[in-house]
Design a protein around this ligand. Structure first.
Ligand code: 8YV
Length: 328
């Protein structure tokens, strides 16, 4: 039972659903209307709530950004489901959760098209210098000199690092540009005709542009290392729509500063929303504020899928789109 004063704004009774982080307003409203929902991040004393009432929580809704960390998981002894808004789940230890009988879901498929659209847009942006050209016109420099030449996209070689749903959607789009695609994945991907290269380094050596679509987490941390960037070379471009952790950001900064790669388009960073000064100062880098899935249509679809996962769990005790065993 709660001790007086610790969680005054949480009504008594079994708390069924814990909202860990801010979500779309429409989703928050639906969760609150349909379930006894406690918004942990809005409580004046979240620790007090967890201490006194953590045992009431059976399901947690969170975002890919916040997940459910180990300490929070430990504070919820009766937790049975973790529902993520987003496809990434590296902020939650899924193996640890499963060992405790907690199932975990994400929002796959519904965001694939928008993330792939943005990856291709970012690739074109950095290679054709679109954002840089926009700044050039706005600065009134067009009348003084023609804009420098950029790099052709059509017909180039693009390496896709991680050929999952999003990587495949990027590759399919690039086929329309007459681009030659190769990939690197832990295991060969069945049913695709693209060439598979054994390492990130081999892929970077082969391609003109490396598009990172691999899942984040400890298994891929620093996968795009100084060595991989070196292999990409001074004519090579990097696009990252996956996670900042996949790229060794200090090595990237050094490579950009020294002109050891031609350019980079980044939607994700090691410590969001902080972007290293050297990247902010470079005209050869396209910087985006983690917006790959951020369209009205996709975010609504992600919200609906979160809700359907919660509904299914509350009604039947199982999740609709659980993280597959092979994904961790
Ligand atoms: C969102 C994402 O920005 O799906 C993911 O893993 O990174 C993005 O779609 C994220 O879910 C918002 O927290």
């Amino acid at each position: 039972m709660s001790s007086p004063g610790t969680t005054p704004d949480v009504p008594a009774g079994p708390a069924t659903l814990l909202q860990v982080s801010p979500l779309l307003p429409r989703l928050e409203q639906a969760l609150a209307e349909r379930h006894r929902t406690v918004r942990l991040h809005e409580l004046p004393d979240p620790d007090g709530f967890l201490r006194d009432r953590g045992g009431d929580v059976v399901a947690a809704v969170t975002s890919a950004r916040f997940g459910v960390g180990d300490a929070l998981m430990d504070a919820l002894p009766n937790l049975r489901a973790i529902v993520h808004f987003g496809v990434g789940h590296e902020t939650t230890d899924v193996v640890r959760a499963r060992a405790r009988g907690i199932d975990v879901s994400t929002t796959p498929d519904v965001l694939t098209d928008c993330v792939a659209d943005l990856a291709v847009g970012a690739l074109i942006d950095v290679m054709r210098r679109v954002s840089e050209a926009d700044r050039y016109v706005r600065a009134g420099r067009w009348s003084t000199a023609p804009f420098p030449l950029a790099s052709r996209v059509s017909g180039k070689r693009v390496g896709v690092l991680g050929l999952g749903r999003i990587g495949r959607a990027v590759a399919r789009r690039l086929e329309g540009f007459g681009v030659e695609v190769a990939y690197c994945s832990r295991v060969p991907v069945p049913g695709v005709a693209y060439r598979r290269l054994p390492t990130a380094r081999a892929l970077a050596e082969w391609c003109d542009a490396l598009v990172v679509t691999v899942a984040g987490g400890t298994g891929t941390k620093g996968l795009v290392s100084a060595e991989v960037l070196e292999a990409l070379g001074s004519d090579g471009y990097l696009v990252n729509v996956a996670r900042g952790s996949v790229v060794d950001e200090s090595a990237l900064v050094a490579a950009v500063e020294a002109g050891r790669i031609a350019g980079a388009a980044l939607d994700v960073f090691a410590d969001e929303p902080h972007v290293p000064r050297a990247l902010l100062d470079s005209d050869r880098v396209v910087l985006l504020p983690h917006i790959a899935s951020a369209t009205r249509e996709t975010r609504e679809a992600m919200g609906d899928l979160v809700l359907r996962n919660v509904e299914r769990f509350m009604a039947e005790g199982v999740l609709l789109t659980p993280v597959p065993e092979s994904a961790h």
